[in-house]
Design a binder for this molecule. Structure first.
Ligand SMILES: Cc1cc2nc3c(=O)[nH]c(=O)nc-3n(C[C@H](O)[C@H](O)[C@H](O)COP(=O)(O)OP(=O)(O)OC[C@H]3O[C@@H](n4cnc5c(N)ncnc54)[C@H](O)[C@@H]3O)c2cc1C
Length: 404
């Protein structure tokens, strides 16, 4: 007589959980996905609103360097199991062509998540994956999993479990980190969640804030803690946000939390040297005001000129003015909260799971995705690691069940 297939509970229907579910079902296991929200993958759909940056096309070494140093070894093994090229092939296999944007980021041509998710859910259904929404995991009782459902509490005893519960940002999309006490009680160490890819407070003058909140500073270079990135920063009413800021956000956050504030430096014309700018600013300006000179000769837009003026009155001498344009100091006085952060740092510590992502303290229970303690900027690195860790956890479950 053949034995019925083992049952695996995947808890959390985001990219990590659904990817694990697909791999497990393909391996012939019975898979039940539990999702606490009324529908699946809400954060993934939200990521799609910004174009759905799936991964990045850069080579493996710089790719890996985007992750926090402590996590890079683990993430390398995840990317070995499911590389950016594998991710692109998987997306295309679901009927969604991709393209590489000018910055090297990879997007689906549809620039949103919904067609991809639709095709993916159809595939999961074909594979026999059962998805239960409004099924909120609340912990363990006598070794069994407990769930709150609209029909009351349910108890389940699957053969293995993958937790893919997400981080702690944008809690209204489902990932609320309410699971932390249950995991700590089970003996898994969890690093406190902190906002990542997040904006910072700046004490703008009310004039500047009222006129320029929502205006981008394009093509600037941002420097902090020895690192420089080129990109865009967005002026916000509370301070500053955007891709260039997110790329530095781990170091900025640590500095603000440690020292109360930190100074970020902006180069408003990174493609011109001080000398070249000085030369441009030295041309006779006739009746032009200083602002007009800055617009015409230095090609600064109104927001960049106003930002320069936020730092106090401007020097008249061209070389000093050029130096100021290339070295605008912004004091960041606070970090925006988790509710508005694109992702979170913290979560189940990587040494609380083995190489296959099984909890050391709870054999048969695996963890994947953003609920693990790693951090990366935007650029496709978040989704890549979430998907890849789902693949690793699914393979871990398969091996563990085989070995029983
Ligand atoms: C606005 C925004 C834009 C983004 N854009 C990008 C981007 O372009 N590129 C990129 O790489 N990343 C982006 N991200 C980040 C990316 O979406 C996340 O890193 C990714 O979704 C994490 O996947 P995950 O499966 O680990 O967790 P999640 O997607 O958070 O999924 C976890 C799931 O678990 C469920 N859950 C939680 N607790 C329980 C429980 N107790 N019981 C049952 N279910 C539970 C949650 O409801 C959720 O559905 C963006 C994020 C945001 C907020």
């Amino acid at each position: 007589m053949t034995r019925p297939p083992s049952t695996v509970a995947v808890i959390g229907a985001g990219p990590a959980g659904l990817m694990a579910a697909e791999r497990l079902a393909q391996a012939g296991l019975r898979v039940v996905v539990h999702e606490r929200m009324p529908s699946v993958a809400r954060k993934f759909l939200m990521a799609g609103r910004g174009g759905l940056n799936l991964t990045h096309s850069e080579p493996l070494e710089p790719f890996l360097n985007r992750y926090d140093a402590a996590a890079q070894g683990r993430i390398k093994s995840w990317l070995d199991a499911f590389s950016p090229a594998d991710l692109i092939a998987w997306v295309e296999g679901l009927g969604q062509p991709t393209f590489v944007g000018s910055s090297g980021r990879v997007f689906p041509k549809a620039m949103k998540a919904s067609p991809l998710l639709r095709a993916w859910l159809a595939r999961l259904e074909e594979l026999g994956v059962e998805v239960r929404t409004r099924s909120c995991w609340t912990g363990w009782r006598d070794g069994a999993l407990t769930f709150d459902t609209p029909d009351g509490q349910r108890i389940e005893r699957p053969d293995a479990v993958i937790l893919a519960l997400g981080g702690a940002s944008w809690a209204k999309l489902g990932s609320d980190a309410a699971w932390v006490p249950a995991l700590e009680q089970a003996g898994a160490a969890v690093a406190p969640f902190r906002p990542s890819n997040v904006g910072f407070d700046v004490a703008w003058s009310s004039l500047f804030r009222d006129r320029f909140a929502g205006t981008p500073l394009k093509g600037v270079a941002l420097t902090h803690g020895g690192g420089t990135v080129r990109g865009e920063a967005m002026i916000a009413a509370y301070g500053i946000e955007g891709g260039g800021i997110y790329a530095l956000s781990a170091g900025l956050r640590k500095a603000v939390e440690r020292d109360g504030s930190t100074v970020l430096t902006l180069d408003l014309r990174p493609d011109l040297s001080v000398e070249a700018l000085t030369q441009r600013l030295s041309k006779p300006r006739g009746k032009d005001s200083l602002s007009n000179l800055l617009r015409k000769a230095a090609r600064l837009d109104a927001a960049a000129v106003a930002l320069l003026r936020e730092g106090g009155s401007l020097p008249a001498e061209p070389a000093e003015l050029a130096a100021r344009i290339k070295d605008v100091a912004l004091t960041l006085t606070g970090v925006q909260g988790l509710s508005r952060a694109i992702s979170s740092a913290g979560g189940v510590m990587l040494d609380a799971v083995d190489e296959r992502l099984m909890l050391q303290a709870r054999p048969g229970v695996f963890a994947a995705g953003e609920m693990l303690d790693w951090e990366a900027p935007t650029g496709g690195y978040l989704l890549q690691a979430a998907f890849a860790s789902g693949v690793v956890a699914a393979e871990g479950v398969r091996i563990w069940l085989d070995g029983r």
